[in-house]
Design a binder for this molecule. Structure first.
Ligand SMILES: *[C@@H]1O[C@H](CO)[C@@H](O)[C@H](O)[C@H]1NC(C)=O
Ligand SMILES: *[C@@H]1O[C@H](CO)[C@@H](O)[C@H](O)[C@H]1NC(C)=O
Ligand SMILES: [Ca+2]
Length: 257
């Protein structure tokens, strides 16, 4: 069963980011038109941030003076994708997850951010269907799709993508950093064997900096097509009706069944 979270994509980030005064970015027409199309899977193109050039993806290491792949926090990862009509990757199927794990393995990448997010922000606690939150509260923010409960192999999958190891020894998600200093591990990264556990999903505090994989967003592509139509009709100063400018398309959405 595939349950769509009709909660607005942005809600998680709006609430999380509000404290830091940071919001989701809207796509930009030129960046969308020139979005990197590194490889295709199903109907979507993908790219790995460190394989791209430019200041969003490369930075100079102050110690060595070398230009290297940029590491960013979870929200920046999403925003660098979103500006390009993409979003951080979401692995809603085993086939897609296999594809991402294979890429990480083949390229020997240490870790990446995904769009995975824990619903632990405003509006989540009223949702009985998300309790207990550590088991039923995870979703892919790029497509607003609920993940399967974390404590079992997802239905239709042949393996458990969450690691059975971590900082505290136990299975993921373990919210380990919260126990150290009350920083919630609300974001989902893929780690490559950092706990001698192979390539696996881990809950990680969102401020940590990592490279990322972007996946095309049907919603943002449609949004930019609408923008272009408006501009073609000579309407100006009307950037996307129904969108409050924060990428938050009706934060009053409901989870569907
Ligand atoms: C893969 O990456 C790890 C960590 O960066 C490194 O120690 C190892 O030598 C690499 N393996 C290969 C085959 O490149
Ligand atoms: C929490 O602990 C981690 C791991 O020791 C550390 O990297 C991080 O900076 C700490 N965060 C805060 C807010 O103290
Ligand atoms: Ca963890």
């Amino acid at each position: 069963m595939r349950i769509i979270l009709l909660l607005a994509v942005a809600l998680a980030v709006i609430c999380t980011a509000a404290a830091q005064g940071r919001l989701l970015d809207l796509p930009q027409i030129e960046l969308c038109d020139n979005r990197p199309k590194q490889w295709k899977f199903g109907n979507h193109y993908y790219f790995f941030s460190w394989d791209q050039d430019g200041p969003d993806f490369k930075e100079t290491n102050p110690k060595t003076g070398q230009v290297e792949g940029r590491k960013v926090d979870w929200l920046d990862a999403r925003n660098f994708c979103r500006k390009r009509c993409m979003d951080a990757v979401g692995m809603e199927s085993q086939a897609e997850n296999d594809m991402i794990f294979d890429f990480i393995k083949r390229r020997n990448i240490t870790y990446i951010w995904t769009s995975g997010r824990l619903c632990d922000f405003k509006g989540c606690s009223e949702r009985e269907d998300l309790k207990p939150i550590s088991v039923k509260g995870w979703f892919w923010s790029n497509t607003n799709t609920k993940m399967a409960p974390t404590n079992a192999v997802p239905p239709g999958w042949s393996y458990q993508p969450w690691s059975d190891k971590g900082h505290t020894g136990g299975p993921q998600p373990d919210n380990a950093e919260f126990d150290i200093n009350q920083t919630s591990e609300s974001c989902l990264g893929v780690l490559n064997n950092l706990y001698n556990d192979g390539i696996k999903w881990h809950d990680i505090a969102c401020y940590h900096k990592k490279p990322f994989i972007c996946e095309e967003s049907d919603e943002l592509i449609r949004y930019v097509e609408g923008l272009k139509r408006q501009q073609g009709q000579g309407q100006q100063g009307n950037r996307g009706q129904g969108n409050n400018g924060n990428g938050n398309q009706g934060a009053r959405g409901h989870f569907g069944g």
